[in-house]
Ligand binder design. Structure first.
Ligand code: UDP
Ligand code: MG
Length: 337
């Protein structure tokens, strides 16, 4: 665990490194948890490697946390991590990755939109040499037309304006080697747009295409405003190109204003046109006012980010980390032979 944790819980007593950690951030997912654990166990046991399920309760208030503790008490492969309150998916993910000890780490949503059945082929790709295996969504069943269109546009915009490639149509569902996870855990920033950070650490990456399932149970935690916020976070965390756009827009507005002024002056001096003062004033003032506010707002977005970074607050606060001791028969098997 790193120093970014405010009150690091002592490591669980019988913590042994495992071949694979599956990290699942969850918030109010009580309805889907039994099915999630069942499907994960069905997939992971036949693989014949040692594994742990790091389930991070992001301050749920539907009993998910207590359910995790109960399960951890009887199943030593479960590491139940509870945060002190709801910190958001990105922070919960960071907590899970900090706690995880696997040589490889899979990140998965709790709602089974990311099928655990693909973990086998992800491990295959890693054995073939990839450090990171990203999962690209071919289809997104059960998601609205509006969400799909906005996601499509967002990924295209991001890859145009950031300095490195952020893969399109990939979510957080991925497999990472220990060194990639360590690199990610060492990034100090508080504004954590994970998709961007994943891409920033680099490493040989393999892409697998898959069909995204609809949610198995419960409701999505995202609404339109949340998604717009995430998009803004992504854009301003990884690019200052929008500041340049603001300057360009300002220049354009100034140019238009000046030409309009010249046009009025020329009309009045050479053609004797009467100057209709009020409408032209209003048009120019509103336009320039809009451009200025937009630019100031954009600037504020970056200044605000700097402000939060300077506070140096931890990303999350742990409530507890609970895991039962493993039996001697469950000694870890190495991932790479
Ligand atoms: N999640 C979380 N903290 C939050 C919101 C969501 O840990 O504050 C988890 C959630 O439980 C799920 C994953 O993040 O496991 C993705 O959330 P969701 O399925 O609601 O998003 P969507 O798939 O609709 O984009
Ligand atoms: Mg989901």
């Amino acid at each position: 665990m790193t120093s970014r944790v405010a009150n690091p819980h002592p490591e669980p007593t019988a913590k042994v490194p495992v071949a694979l950690s599956v990290v699942v951030p969850l918030y109010n997912e009580r309805a889907v948890l039994p099915l999630l654990l069942e499907r994960l166990t069905q997939v992971l046991q036949p693989l014949g490697i040692s594994y742990e399920l790091v389930l991070v309760d992001d301050g749920s208030h539907d009993g998910s946390g207590v359910y995790l503790l109960e399960q951890a008490a009887r199943n030593p492969t479960i590491v139940a991590v509870r945060l002190s309150r709801n910190f958001g998916k990105e922070a919960a993910l960071s907590a899970g990755m900090d706690v995880s000890s696997g040589d490889a780490v899979v990140i998965l949503d709790a709602d089974l939109q990311d099928p655990p059945e693909l973990i086998g082929s992800m491990l295959e790709a890693m054995r073939a040499g990839a450090d990171i295996v990203t999962m690209k969504r071919r289809t997104r069943a059960g998601e609205s037309w509006g969400k799909r269109l906005s996601a499509h546009l967002f990924y295209r915009l991001m890859s145009r304006i950031s300095h490195f490639k952020i893969p399109e149509d990939t979510g957080d569902f991925r497999l990472m080697s220990r060194r990639a996870v360590n690199a990610l855990n060492s990034l100090p920033e508080r504004n954590r747009y994970m998709k961007g950070l994943f891409a920033w650490v680099g490493f040989p990456t393999h892409v697998i295409e898959y069909d995204r399932d609809p949610r198995a149970a419960g409701n999505t935690k995202w609404n339109l405003l949340g998604l717009i916020g995430l998009a803004l976070e992504g854009i301003t965390s990884f690019s200052i190109v929008p500041l340049r756009w603001a300057s360009a827009l300002g220049l354009l507005a100034a140019g238009v204003g000046m030409s309009f002024g010249l046009w009025i002056v020329v009309g009045a001096v050479f053609h004797g046109n009467p100057v209709a003062g009020y409408p032209s004033m209003i048009a120019v003032t509103t336009f320039l006012g809009g451009v200025q506010l937009l630019s100031v707002g954009l600037l504020g977005e970056y200044v605000g980010k700097t402000y939060f970074e300077t506070k140096q607050r931890p990303l999350y606060v742990l409530r507890d980390v609970v895991q039962s001791p493993r039996q001697a028969s469950q000694t870890p098997t190495p991932l790479k032979d």
